[in-house]
Ligand binder design. Structure first.
Ligand code: FAD
Length: 285
């Protein structure tokens, strides 16, 4: 189907993009286009105007320094898959490697994925698990939103109509390990269920704290309290309880990807796999 008519702008600076967005209510940001273009073609979205941010080179970066990974709105899935990351944030490589297909990963952006807020999206749970800070900007200035407060519902976020998610900051530190594991039916499928884990491990090899966030388990990324279960233990010692706690969390619908019972069972399996992987990364195994 042909998209509805819209005005198009391809600014070269962030300032121009923000001013354009502010002056045209009903506009949409165009990043990788991997979610927005299909919505336009099926007429599920009909914005008055598109602000294409692909020409804004200042938004294209991934940098690491002083215990913080920073990336801009044009950091693409593929950049995380192939680029350098702090070993504590290998979760972002996991996410990117398991997302879509090569074409989607070449074009799609991490920020676009979070702004799109698909309940089965992979980036949101990872961002919540690692305590990411999202940097949002409009003509009125900048503000920060913790990833855990950003997702409001299916395809709904804290972003206002005149704001751009310009970048993300992720703190990391020694003793930390992270991982994302996803169950999907085939290449380029969204998660039946996915599990993002960030864990902190003591020198003695026991877990000090851990965060688990599930994908596809509700309307937004679902954070599961697991500290009581894992504290002072190893993943193997906590295995049965982790599977149980993860399996009890979230709200599922039966669909083509499986029954509610199956998804709960798989949430437990994915959670344990991610915990094991994050734990061994934290120990440098
Ligand atoms: C075949 C296929 C398979 C896929 N599989 C997966 C998958 O397994 N897991 C997964 O998580 N995703 C998957 N996706 C979606 C993919 O991750 C998209 O790249 C992502 O959802 C959107 O990123 P984008 O840069 O393409 O954004 P766009 O499509 O350009 O934009 C998406 C939405 O976000 C808004 N937006 C984008 N960037 C910003 C910004 N910086 N600030 C404010 N608003 C912004 C747009 O206005 C639009 O509403 C798949 C897509 C396809 C086509």
């Amino acid at each position: 189907m042909r998209p509805p008519d819209f005005e198009y702008s391809g600014p070269g600076t962030l300032r121009e993009a923000l001013e354009y967005l502010d002056s045209r209510p009903g506009s949409k940001v165009l990043a990788g286009g991997q979610s927005l273009i299909p919505l336009l073609k099926t007429r599920l979205a009909s914005p008055a105007a598109l602000v294409d941010i692909n020409g804004i080179s200042e938004l294209s970066y991934i940098t690491t320094g002083r215990g913080v990974l920073r990336f801009g709105a044009l950091a693409r899935h593929r950049d995380f898959e192939l680029g350098e990351l702090p070993r504590q944030l290998e979760i972002f490589r996991d996410v990117s490697k398991q997302l879509g297909d090569t074409q989607v990963r070449n074009m799609g952006t991490a920020c676009g994925s979070m702004a799109h807020a698909d309940p089965a999206g992979d980036w949101g749970p990872a961002a919540v698990a690692v305590g990411a800070r999202l940097i949002v900007e409009s003509v009125d200035g900048r503000r920060e939103v913790m990833a855990r407060n950003f997702f409001k519902g299916p395809f709904s976020t804290d972003l206002r109509e005149n704001e751009i998610l310009v970048g993300v900051e992720v703190p990391f530190s020694e003793g930390q390990g992270t991982a994302y594991t996803k169950l999907k039916r085939k290449t380029d499928d969204f998660a039946t269920v996915g599990a993002a884990v960030s864990v902190r491990v003591s020198r003695g090899g026991s877990i000090e704290s851990a965060t688990l966030v599930l994908a596809g388990a509700g309307e937004v990324p679902v954070a599961v309290e697991i500290n009581d279960v894992v504290k002072g233990r190893t993943p193997d010692e906590a295995a049965d309880e982790i599977k149980k706690v993860a399996g009890q969390a979230g709200e599922y619908q039966e669909d083509l990807r499986g029954s509610v019972e199956y998804k709960r069972e798989m949430a437990g399996v994915m959670a344990l796999r991610s915990l094991r992987s994050a734990y061994s990364r934290a120990r440098g195994d």
